[in-house]
Design a protein around this ligand. Structure first.
Ligand code: GLN
Length: 303
């Protein structure tokens, strides 16, 4: 039987040879998954002997990673905003930069609820996550609002054009015990089946330029193209959502939309063209890159 240390070295060498980075972290995560334990546990006990079945599981994971599959899909789990999400090829793997969108959404909700608390029987703050994918944004938001005792004052909806993504997001909502708090709807962007005035629209839509798809890390080829490809200029899907905002966003509401780190100027120009008079701020992510558009209707606009 091989030890933890021996298997790690074997996996590390194979991943390095295949050009897969970060090889050490990936090998550690894959071995921890094969052993159904935490990465810290294997780092703490490199001398432990590993059973043959677990060693086989580890080697199968290494083979998949050598072929370029994302570690998150091999493990079936990805951490986001302190929560573990089930992930598979039904949806995009949640990215750390998207945590910024959750933080901004939380701040917006708190500000609105502190300004005007919602009576229990009155209208709630209406929030929609457009293009929910695996559910990371709306579920992380629901979890944080529950911790703050604010979940009863909001009404959460999540849409996706992909029924597979809705199914995965629903599983994650069940896993985090917020399924009762979120209505999932299959829809292209904002649902047209009901007229609504959203207080807060959140979206991490596809925004990679079609011609840049081939330059993404190899792992992205395993993710649904629908979740990444934003058309020729990367902003085609976001532009369609912008066109829907005047008819659907409440006059005092806001839309928080994730964009690519190199899209600030293009996104601002797009907002100016499609939503004249709206305010547009750009928030940066932890890496200092422009990441979230914050859009508000002209004041006094109730359309
Ligand atoms: N940030 C992702 C990437 O660069 C793109 C996510 C998206 O298109 N919404 O891989």
């Amino acid at each position: 039987m091989a030890t933890v240390r021996e298997l790690l070295i074997e996996g590390l060498e194979r991943l390095r040879a295949s050009g897969s980075e970060p090889a050490r972290l990936d090998a550690e995560l894959l071995l921890a998954t094969a052993l159904d334990t935490a990465r810290t546990a294997i780092l703490a006990h490199p001398e432990v002997a590993v059973g043959d079945a677990a060693a086989d599981r580890f080697r199968m994971g290494i083979v998949r990673r050598e072929a370029g599959e994302p570690v998150a899909y091999i493990r079936g789990v990805k951490e986001f905003h302190g929560l573990a999400f089930s992930v598979d090829d039904r949806a995009l793997i949640p990215r750390p930069e998207t945590e910024r969108l959750v933080e901004l959404a939380e701040a917006e909700v708190r500000r609105r609820l502190l300004e005007a608390p919602r009576p229990l029987d009155g209208p709630k703050l209406r929030i929609v996550d457009v293009g929910v994918g695996a559910g990371a944004v709306v579920i992380a938001l629901a979890a944080v609002l529950r911790r703050r005792g604010m979940l009863d004052e909001v009404e959460l909806t999540a849409t996706d054009v992909s029924p597979e993504a809705i199914a995965l997001a629903t599983e994650n909502a069940v896993g985090h015990a917020v399924a009762d708090a979120i209505r999932f709807r299959e829809a292209d962007l904002l649902p047209e089946w009901e007229v609504r005035r959203w207080d807060l629209v959140l979206a991490n839509l596809p925004y990679v330029r079609s011609d840049a798809m081939a330059t993404l890390p190899r792992a992205a080829a395993f993710e649904p193209r629908l979740a990444l490809d934003g058309g020729p200029d990367g902003l085609a899907v976001i532009a369609r959502l912008l066109d829907l905002l005047p008819g659907t966003l409440d006059g005092a509401g806001a839309a928080l939309l994730e964009i690519g780190g190199d899209q600030e100027a293009d996104a601002r120009a797009l907002v100016e063209a499609r939503l004249p008079g709206w305010s547009c701020a750009v928030e940066r992510d932890l890496g200092g890159l422009p990441r979230v558009l914050v859009l508000r209707p002209p004041s006094g606009d109730t359309a």
